[in-house]
Design a protein around this ligand. Structure first.
Ligand SMILES: Nc1nc(=O)c2c([nH]1)NC[C@@H]1CN(c3ccc(C(=O)N[C@@H](CCC(=O)O)C(=O)O)cc3)C=[N+]21
Length: 290
């Protein structure tokens, strides 16, 4: 039986509707959530993503500002700007778009964002809080995947979840969130021998490799939930995931399309983090990060 293709657009629409209402309520009480996206240089793909983020913010009533810097901006200048936004009460979220030009040390830059405004959840403090199960910022892509599972009514508890990929922004935090929800979690990566022997055990399979077609039908157990985090361009410039969609959809139970699910869910979770950060700032009376 062919898989159910997850209707990402509908999930995104319904969550953004909820966020919009909560933004309205918070705004009425005097705090309009604000997000600043800092972009250095002119990476083409980045401009597309940043436009999508701006549109999404506008959709839910979050104030957004894109701060563009030239490609030759020096590290100290970028850090100084981040410090300014850390103190600026209008903005509850700060996102520094990656990739950054080669002369900039991305890790050091992320360290300078105050954890309260780190809506990507890249700062070591937020990563640590995630690891020990403390409430706080959630990483956007993994949190989006958890929301998708919730919406389709699949509980990770007691299931075997296999994550393919071990990046700091997706694979590792994804495994942590699944573990938190009581899945048995296995992480596979480029040095895993006999990948299919492990992925075929997965009730929930998350592909986060960054290479088209690595997950084929032979990697998938019949009926499994297959979540495709990949965002690759094929030879014709068309967007495609890590999963061979046409083959895998014949055997999976559920499958996410690329485009149309994890990407827009990632942005939706960014909106949610910005809202939560604004709410915390308004609750403490002092704006976050001051
Ligand atoms: N600090 C930082 N945080 C990020 O979250 C971040 C980043 N840097 N750098 C780049 C990546 C990439 N990323 C995407 C988000 C949404 C879509 C998205 O909405 N994709 C649409 C299609 C978009 C299209 O057609 O190109 C979809 O999958 O349906 C894609 C990619 C966030 N990133």
């Amino acid at each position: 039986m062919a898989a159910e293709v997850i209707n990402g657009k509908e999930i995104v629409r319904s969550i953004r509707e909820e966020i919009k209402q909560e933004v309205e309520e918070l705004s009425a009480r005097g705090t309009t959530p604000g997000l600043v996206v800092i972009i250095v240089g002119d990476d083409q793909a980045s401009h597309v993503y940043v436009n999508n983020k701006e549109k999404a913010c506008a959709q839910v009533g979050i104030q957004s500002h894109v701060h563009r810097l030239p490609a030759d901006t020096i590290q100290e200048e970028l850090v100084k700007l981040i410090h300014e936004y850390n103190r600026n009460p209008e903005f509850h979220g700060i996102l520094v778009q990656s990739p950054l030009p080669g002369h900039i040390n991305e890790e050091q830059v992320v360290d300078e964002i105050t954890p309260e405004k780190d809506v990507d959840c890249f700062h070591p403090v937020n990563v640590g809080n995630l690891m020990i199960g403390k409430e706080g910022m959630l990483p956007c892509t993994p949190a989006g995947v958890m929301e998708v599972l919730k919406k389709i009514g699949v509980s990770p508890a007691g299931k075997h979840a296999v994550v393919v990929g071990r990046s700091n922004i997706v694979g590792k935090p994804m495994a942590m969130l699944l573990l938190r929800e009581h899945a048995t979690v296995t992480i596979c990566h480029s040095r895993t021998p006999n990948l299919q022997d492990i992925t075929r055990q997965a009730d929930i399979l998350v592909a986060a490799v960054g290479k088209a077609g690595v997950i084929e039908d032979r990697h998938v157990k019949p009926g499994a939930v297959v979540i495709d985090v990949g965002m690759n361009r094929n030879a014709e410039g068309k967007l495609c995931g890590d999963v061979d969609f046409d083959a895998v959809k014949e055997i999976a139970g559920y499958i996410t399309p690329v485009p149309g699910c994890v990407g827009p869910m990632t942005i939706t979770m960014l909106l949610k983090n910005t809202l939560s950060s604004a709410r915390r700032a308004s609750n403490t009376g002092t704006e976050a990060g001051v």
